[in-house]
Design a protein around this ligand. Structure first.
Ligand code: ADP
Ligand code: MG
Length: 700
């Protein structure tokens, strides 16, 4: 007998290979299979009669197999299976390609159900490569198909698993849902009128109709948001329970520093800084998130806070997600902080100490020396990457931890950083920075563990980045344009989705594109390439060369997405743009327009799909990341689950983050329960679920 903990291999028709494929999706038990939700549904709720088939309109039909025959087409190197299906209204031709076993599988006289695209001419439609399955008959009593009628679930799969296979397996697993524990407190289920967990799980896989699917989604989305909120509340409570040393506002020093900056702070920057200074002066640790669109100037706000801590003899640390960014922050700090401060840079590949008043170039100390310098408190401001989380790193009176691009780090890493404070008994203040475009109301409930400051304004004089979706036939024009920009002193980024050539996906890869651009199109210019598989040091060198203008065109993957600053770059060209979320495209676009000159973003896409092109066109019209992120979610097709696959947002399987009403409800319940019993011991199943979940669901 199957139960929830049954290993996946106990299911019918799961051999070693299939079990291995499932394991790659993280599915090892029947229970895990049940939690693997579809991401969209094919709507085959209405059967079409054969006489009503119309080319261009996908359909689901049922009928009797009249004729089936296979042949080889040598010219096209294809194996063709052709069949005729009949129902009471007529007959239709079916064609399958390269499925030679079909001829043995299907017998004349059998009833089959089919679903798929309809082609051919009006009056003589043809179904090409439909999904098919045998059914017991054509009348009402016949069992409905699993793959070809109703709302048919589709799952994200690895290459070797098929939709049919996984549906067949989930159908088996669904038989044990009656034993599924419902960890949501009964009180909530009753008052909110939610489906019980077992019913919701069954319905999300095999919904009887759209209304039932919606109820299942509500329940599953709620529990996701509820756990998230519960976690936020408990993280915050734990955080604020610790003592922190107040760091008073060093007014004279900060005002002096601000006066010497080469620019005027925007109102948003001033306000965020002011809030931070107030937080720092408290005896509970700050937990503040500064959110602002790319280029709004979050770094200098962090620098102000760090200088303030240094003036109070407290160390502060800035954690960046990549080596390139850490290096860039180090350079910025050097430039802005002036000669009187001591700075350290520690990354996987670099250990640099810059002493106060040092006129000579930076001392490349050994890592060991730098660790000693940090541990003894000889330097107050430390910048680095994950390398800072290494156990050998010890801080000295750490008063402030800044996390740049906070969505790239989990709560655990945040904690690891502040835990390094050693024995002084105080918890450092925490400042997180993010460009993830989330409006205030949402940010407050989403990041309930943090206080939020939003920098809305951009420095004066910044221009909008003129954005165009460029049709393929104007490609050479686009290259001419890039050349023109470079002649005028500009530089260009060209972003491609993949590293290697991938015929299957038909998307431009960095290597392929680089070869073409370097050898043919821009043979006389310096072109370079960066991607995630290069060594950090190589990447570093290329980025430095690009920043210094020695490289004119940089062909890259998404690695350039965060924070890199090359003020002379004026063109951002993106291949396969439809493969990125709009918020992500907006982040790419934020890499240009950092100097004074007008900048441009050129989007290319192979897609012929009107919807896709319409979606990309939004990039020309809207210039703030939040609007774009929200519109992107609206652009999902019908029958798609919400969930989030946008960078920078917490990962949700079912919940739509823009569903404020449900979010608020989840928040209210989490607060209520937590206030009643912060150990959750009144609800043992919830407590167990909460403890077992790896709720650290921030993602890259
Ligand atoms: P982000 O918020 O995306 O991290 P940065 O902090 O990297 O942005 O700032 C982007 C650029 O804008 C940097 O070159 C920075 O020196 C500059 N900058 C920051 N604040 C201002 C300002 N108030 N006026 C003009 N330029 C500014
Ligand atoms: Mg930044």
């Amino acid at each position: 007998m199957l139960d929830l903990n049954s290993p996946i291999a106990d299911l019918n028709r799961v051999g070693k290979t299939t079990a291995g494929q499932l394991a790659r999706l993280g599915i090892k038990t029947a229970a895990a299979l049940l939690e693997y939700f579809p991401w969209r549904y094919d709507d085959y709720t209405r059967r079409t009669l054969i006489q009503d088939l119309r080319p261009g309109r996908p359909a689901s039909i049922a009928g009797r197999l009249e004729i089936i025959q296979s042949r080889r087409s040598f010219r096209r190197r294809l194996h063709l299976t052709e069949a005729i299906i009949a129902d009471q209204t007529g007959t239709v031709k079916i064609v399958w390609f390269n499925q030679p076993y079909l001829g043995q599988n299907l017998r004349i006289g059998e009833f089959i159900s089919l679903a798929g695209p309809v082609e051919g001419e009006p009056g003589s439609p043809v179904m090409k490569s439909p999904v098919y399955e045998k059914i017991s008959g054509l009348d009402e009593k016949a069992a409905p198909g699993l793959h070809t009628c109703g709302l048919v679930p589709n799952y994200h799969l690895t290459a070797r698993l098929t939709q049919k296979q996984i549906r067949f397996l989930i159908k088996q697993a669904v038989s044990v849902t009656d034993h599924l524990p419902d960890w949501l407190p009964a009180e909530i289920i009753k008052i909110e009128n939610f489906l019980p967990r077992a019913a919701a799980i069954r319905a999300v896989h095999f919904p009887a109709n759209a209304a039932q699917l919606e109820k299942a989604r509500q329940r599953l989305a709620f529990e996701e948001l509820f756990l998230w909120q519960l976690k936020n509340i408990s993280v915050r409570a734990r955080w604020q329970n610790q003592p922190a040393e107040p760091i008073p506002f060093q007014s004279g020093l900060i005002k002096n520093f601000v006066r010497r900056l080469p620019f005027r702070l925007t109102d948003g920057q001033k306000l965020a800084a002011w809030k931070i200074f107030q937080d720092l002066d408290k005896d509970r640790p700050m937990a503040r998130l500064v959110e602002g669109d790319v280029g709004c100037g979050k770094t200098v706000v962090a620098l102000l806070a760090m200088l303030n801590a240094a003036a109070h003899q407290r160390q502060s640390v800035l954690l960046a997600p990549t080596e390139i960014l850490a290096r860039q922050h180090f350079e910025t700090f050097k430039k802005l902080a002036g000669a009187d401060s001591s700075l350290a840079l520690l990354t996987g590949g670099q250990a640099v100490w810059r002493r106060p008043d040092e006129k000579s170039p930076d001392a490349k100390t050994g890592k060991k020396d730098l660790l000693r310098i940090i541990a003894q408190g000889e330097t107050k401001i430390i910048i680095g990457t994950h390398a800072l989380l290494n156990e050998r790193v010890r801080f000295n009176r750490l008063g402030l931890a800044v996390i740049d691009e906070q969505h790239r780090f989990g709560v655990a890493q945040r904690q690891a950083l502040v835990d390094k404070n050693g024995a002084d008994g105080f918890c450092p203040h925490l400042l997180s920075l993010t460009a993830t475009p989330i409006p205030r109301t949402l940010a407050l409930s989403l990041y309930g563990d943090l206080d939020v400051s939003i920098i809305k304004d951009q420095p004066v004089g910044r221009k909008k980045i003129a954005t165009f979706t460029v049709p393929e036939e104007k490609r050479s024009g686009a290259y001419r344009f890039i050349r023109q920009e470079i002649d005028r002193g500009g530089q260009a980024y060209i972003i491609c989705p993949l590293v290697d050539f991938s015929d299957k996906l038909g998307v431009k890869s960095v290597k392929e594109e680089y070869e073409k651009l370097d050898k043919e199109i821009f043979a006389d210019l310096s072109v370079a390439m960066v991607h995630g598989r290069l060594h950090a040091r190589e990447k570093e060198k290329i980025m430095a060369d690009f920043q210094a203008g020695r490289i004119k065109i940089l062909v890259a993957t998404a690695v350039v997405e965060v924070g890199v600053d090359a003020p002379a770059a004026t063109v951002m060209m993106i291949e396969g743009a439809d493969r990125f979320g709009l918020a992500q495209l907006h982040q790419f676009r934020g890499r240009v327009g950092r100097g004074l000159r007008q900048s441009y973003c050129l989007l290319f896409s192979d897609s012929q799909n009107d919807k896709t092109l319409e979606r990309l066109a939004l990039m020309s019209k809207y210039h703030d990341g939040f609007t774009l992120a929200q519109m992107d979610l609206k652009f999902r097709g019908p029958g798609e689950m919400f969930g989030t696959d946008q960078k920078g947002f917490p990962e949700m399987k079912v919940a739509n983050l823009f569903d404020y009403a449900l979010m608020k409800k989840a928040r209210a319940w989490a607060e209520k329960l937590f206030a009643q019993d912060n150990h959750l011991s009144v609800w043992p199943r919830l407590a167990e679920k909460f403890a077992s979940e790896d709720l650290d669901i921030h993602r890259e």
